[in-house]
Structure formats: C-alpha cells, structure tokens
Design a protein around this ligand. Sequence first.
Ligand SMILES: Cc1ncc(C[n+]2csc(CCOP(=O)(O)OP(=O)(O)O)c2C)c(N)n1
Ligand SMILES: [Mg+2]
Length: 830
Amino acid sequence: MQYIYICTNTPPFKVLVLETVATVLKKNTEKNLKLNLLEGLTREQVLEDYLTGCESRQISLLGRKEVFAGKAKFGIFGDGKEVPQLAMARVFEKGDFRSGYYRDQTFMMAIGHLTSQEFFAQLYAHPSLKNEPSSAGRQMSCHFSTRFLDENGDWTRLTDSKNSASDISPTAAQMPRLLGLAYASKLFRNNPELKKYDNFSINGNEIAFGTIGNASTSEGVFFEAMNAAGVLQVPMLVSVWDDEFGISVPKEYHTTKGSISEVMKGFEPTADEKGIKIFIVNGWDYPALIETYRKAVELCRTQHVPVLLHVKELTQPQGHSTSGSHERYKTKERLQWEKENDCMPKMREWMLSSGIASENELAEIEVKAVELAKNARSLAWKAFNEDFKADFDMAISLIDLGVQNADYSSEFEAIKAHLKSEQFPVRSDTLKAINKSLRVLRHSTGDLKEQFVTLRKTIDAENFERYNSNLYSRSPYSAMKIDEVLPVYSSESQALDGREILQAFFDKTFAANPLVFAIGEDVGKIGDVNQGFAGLQEKYGEIRITDTGIRECTIAGQGIGAAMRGMRPIVEIQYLDYLMYAIQILTDDLATIQYRTKGGQKAPLIIRTRGHRLEGVWHAGSPLSVIINSMRGVYVLTPRNMTKAAGFYNTLLQSDEPGLVIECLNGYRLKEKLPENISEITVPIGIPEVIRDGKDITIVTYGSMTRICMDAANLLSAVGIDVEIIDAQSLLPFDIHGMVGKSLEKTNRIIFADEDVPGGATAYMMQQVLEIQGGYKFLDAQPKTITAHPHRPAYASDGDYFSKPSADNVFDVAYALMSDSNPQMFPSIL
Ligand SMILES: Cc1ncc(C[n+]2csc(CCOP(=O)(O)OP(=O)(O)O)c2C)c(N)n1
Ligand SMILES: [Mg+2]
C-alpha cells in the first residue's frame, strides 16, 4: 500500500492515502480518534520513543550474546517491557524519583540517564564511575541509579534532575524506600518551614514512581507499603510490569485470581473514603499507556493520591535472564502468544496503521538502533579492557624479565603462557599472575622481586579504591569526623529521669532543624512508649512527630526514602526485638547505599530503638551479632544512658550518615543530671570509655551490661580483685584507636561481656581486640566471654537471672581467672 505523509508537529496529523476517498475518510476518522489521545506529543517524540525502544531491545539481544560469549557473567534485561516505560518517561518530571527494578533500562534511557554504552559497561562490570555511573561496576546488569551527590558528598539540586534511587536485587525491596520517597513530598508540601528547601522539593509536587514485577507483588512488603501509602495519601505511583511469570512460575502460583489489580480492589477510593486509585492498561498499547499515565500522574501529583497502575500483557522475549531458557517452562501457545503480543512490534503496527510513520522510516530507525547498540557495545568493551591494560602490560614486562633469568625461566614461561591464554583476561588474572611470580621469587632478594612487590602494592591500593571503598561516607560530614562535645554541668544541674533528658534533647532538636521529623508506633500522641518524645507532637505538630501503623519494615523504608531526599528522619522501632521485621531492608538497602553507588547517594537515617534488659522472650532481646553482622555501612551505637544517647543522636544529626541507636530499656527512669548544653553534646563514634580504672582484668561491655559489670566490680573489689571496665559504646565501628588493647597491655587478662548469644557480639569484640589490635601479645590468661544463654530470656526476675548474665556470673568468671594465676590468694570457691 502506498502512503503519502504530510505531517505537522501537532496532532491530529494529516495523512493522505492513495485509496478510495471513502477509505481515506474512514481511516482518517479512526486515526484522529487515536491520535487525539496523544495531544501534546509530537510525531518526532513518538519516533524518538520508537528509536529508544528499538535501541533498548537491541542492547538486550546483544547483552545476552555477550554473556554467552563469556564476556560478561550474567545478564537480566528489559526486553518485552519497553513500551510502557517510554510512556512512563513521558510523564516523569524533573524532581521526580524512581524506585524500581532490573527491567527498567528503557525508562532510564528515555529520561536520559542511561546510554547503551553505560548499559554494556555495567554488564562487563567496568569499575569506573565515568563509564558506569550507576554503581561503578559494583552492581549486576540493569541495576540503575542517578547521582544525588556531588564529588564532595553534598546534595545536588534534586529538583533540577530526574532521579532514580539505586536499585537492589531482592524482589519488592524497592517498595519500603519508595514509600519514603513519596512521603517526603507530603512533608515538603505540608510543612511551611520546609518551603525554603527548593533544592529538594517544590511544594511537594514530586512523584515517587515505583516499578515492580507481577510476581514480586507476592512479597509481604509490597502489601505493607501499599497499605501505608493508602493510609498516608502520598504521591506514590506504582507500575506493575505483568508478564504473568516470576522466572518459571506462572501467575496462578503468585497472585489470588491471577491479577494484582483484582486483589487490590478493596484499596480503591470511594466517595467517602480515600484509598489507592487503580488503573489497568495493556503494556503493548502505546496511546492507551500515554493516556493512562497522564491521568494517573495528574491525580498523583496534584492531589497526592497513590496510584497502582497494572500494566498487563507484557512479555519476556528472551526469558527471565541469561541463567535459563523459557522454552523449558512456557507452553508453545504461550511462547507464540508472546511473539504476537511483543510490545515493540505492536507499537510498530500502531505507528503504521495510524500513519505516524512509513514502513521505510521505521525500517531506517530499526537499522539505526542496531548500529547504535553495536557501536555502544564495541566502545564499552574497548574502554573496559583499556582500563586494565597498563597493569596487564606491566605484569607481562616483569614476567618477561623473569623468563630471561635462567633460575626461574620455565616457571615464568608457564605464568606468561597461562596469562596470555585467557580469552578475556580481567584484572584478577593479572593479579593472580603477579602472585604466582612472587611465590616463585620467594627466596630471591633481587630487583625483580622488588618490582613485583611494588606493582602488587600499587595494584592492591587501586583495587581497594575500585572494589572496597565507600562503605561509609568519605565526605567532610562523615560521622567519624564529628568531634566530642562534653556535657557541662553546674551546681544547679537537675537530676531528671532518663526519659526527660531525651525529651529535653529532642525538644531542642525539633526547634533547631525543620528537616528533622520522627515517625513510629506510638511516638505521636503519647510521645513513644517510654515518653522520650512526650509533649513534642503538641508543640511541633503532627507533621513532625507522627504515629504510624505497626509496620517496622516500611517505617524503616519511609525513613530511608525521606533521607534520600534530604530530610533527617528519626524512625522508631518500638523494641529492639522488632527490628527483625526491618532488618532485611536495613541490611539490603540502607547499609549498602553508599557502597553500591560508590558515594553517589546517601540516606542519613537515624533508627531509634530500645533494647537489652527488660522482660521475657520478646522484650529483653540484645541480638547484637545479627545486627552488627548485617549492618556494616550503618553505625551501631549502644549508649549506656540517655545523656550518651542524646550525644550520639547529635553526632549523627551533624553527619551525613545513618546510625542505629539502641537505648537501654531499663534506663528511662534512672536519674541523670541534665547537661546545660544538652543540644550541643556529641559523643564521638568508635571511641570507648573507661568507666572504671583497674589493674587486674579488663572487662569490655556495653549497654545495660555496663551497670551489671560495675556491680560485679564492687563484689570483686571486696575480695581484692581490681577490674578495669570499658564501655565500648559503639560497636560499629569498635574502638578505632585500640583503647581496649592498651588496657589489656596493662592488665594482661580480658573478659568480653554482653547479653547476646554465646559466640555473638562478644566474639566480634574479641576478634577486634586480639586480632585487629594485636591484643593476643599481652595475654597472660585465656580470654573469656560472658554472654546470655543461647535461648531467649525467660520471663520475670528469675527468668532474667537464669537467662542473662548477672553480676554473680561476672564475678565468677573474673574470680576464676585470678584463681588460675594465683590460687593461694584466690582459692577456688566452687
Ligand atoms: C527476595 C528475593 N527472592 C527471590 C529472588 C530471585 N528472583 C529474582 S527475579 C525473580 C522473579 C521476579 O518476577 P517478577 O516480579 O514477575 O519480575 P519479572 O522478572 O518477571 O519482570 C526471582 C524469584 C530475589 N531476587 N529476591
Ligand atoms: Mg513477571
């Protein structure tokens, strides 16, 4: 069929068809109907979208080949989901945020934050921010992010850029932070004091766009986040890319009635009740998608109504990932259906049938897309290899020198042959060859060995920077750089309950910094279950100190997302035992943010909780080994009283880093003197405090155990044993200046005591002191640990005594140590 195109930039486009007049008229009417839906979108923009979609498809196809060729390790791509992402990108504005998953390459390309070359650089794991700005090669393929921070660690103007939070792999784990990204808009809109922060928000107009696969909506946290969004009424727009599968498992196994929009119907708003607006649209229908996103965004942006956009009938042209082939689990009929309903050919069909472009024009675009993709692949591969060529060449030239040395010639020949035999050598191949060479030269004292040593050291330092840096902030605002400000007391300083010390501190904090807000169960009206926030909601308003539902994971996520937008959240987990509900998101998301973006994003979130001793199985927990081993990247602080807690909160607030502060559950009614400078005190991170000088044994402990150890010290002193007690205060990091090691040098005996399980955080402290600080050199006796029993603590006073370590236990272990070395003076008691 022959078409003549007379196109203007504004629809409806005029199209003349060389057919009968009647056909022309009929077709034009149909076209106009369709094109009217795209008002405001030019033909060029539609063609641009098509090119982006085609290029995206091509890089997916090539990406899979790269993995099978052995040039990359694993690939997961966005083919089959291109068209809805083009439509979503059309409504995504500067200042908006995405929190999505690994299918979104087309969207990232369409908003101008991913080039095909960057896509390949990530596929190859190119450890360079310049080439791979999402993660500097640290993340698997298709884990995207934009840079929120400049090189100094300062916020960029987030309202001037299109923003994407850094993706993580656990399914649905983008949901908790998505809630927080949306919640920040609510705060910015409703708190007049925040209007001045126009680098973070313009009147809360920003939408947080979520994307999630259909199968991932089965995760509990999806429903937790959706429910919270419905309650909070925040501008959160969640698109579900529904391809009816989660790897090999079809929808019947995932979703009741096989449809997430069916399941969510009860969330829909009614005439009297607010809720979540639901839209349903087919993922191959470009004009319908454009229209649906426009409607959804209008509602979400202006009225802050959360939206679920169920995008159906999507496909996976290449299956789930490079790890398998979908022919193994999809029926022939399904595979055929996927071919027929692939969104890119469908978009093409629509462009032809509505006369937007000719066959020739589309063919030209498609050829161009192939060229762009291939070119990007070559450039990315070249850059990836060039980056380590210097190390490789240097190693080869030193190995060649080895070959020339008759003593080692054959060994070096073999090393060289092996290195040269690698089809696609990577950095570690060079390093392995250097290490082999060093082993060959172990007895040598000559120049060559020295050159290898120098090369190895240089490469090690560079690779540390590439692969191991940025676990914590390296900016001038790092929490490690905040100096100590000691409390000042006068003769008039009042003795108050611990909770009142916190109240006084938080009161001053809320007054001083409008970016600070607190959320959590019971923190609002009653000012938390132990009254640290008492009276503050009344004073500062519900928008600052806010009650939440019982949903620890999304409380944490709400804080993470808001902190990523410049706010300073304090999120409360009512009891330490219930941190377990949030630990997944804290370990997978919060703890990795700096690292996985190589300093491109941050979430300076404070998690406030209370733990250690109280009563029973779920109100007396102290599972510090779980926490410290899962939260590297977050500071873990265990103040022994509320003045110390206030000091830690202040340190964190002055920094740009996240921290968990565990207050002592049994400390709220103990008396402490109120410092005159309560709002200024800071406690330095990673610095223990010697709370009792002694010469016989060093006891290292933290939290509520400090008082028990002090009680034990009195019992021990009565029998002539003089223990030194050190409050670690900060477990992550632990004793950065080796203060405990110095104490051990004096006492030569050491006990690590806490309420965790045997081999828990005490083992961690022991490793830090004996191995890292070299404390083993000073030991005259076996190092000991005192812990709780391996089971959870039984209820009531006796339950506590027989489950957790007591002053008697500490006495027994310390006495036995002294008895070992001087049985005359300390005869065995038991
Ligand atoms: C918590 C968790 N469980 C399992 C996985 C392994 N996994 C990765 S993707 C995936 C399927 C996700 O399917 P869906 O949400 O429908 O997204 P799609 O890949 O189909 O777009 C699974 C089970 C994971 N990444 N995280
Ligand atoms: Mg799926």
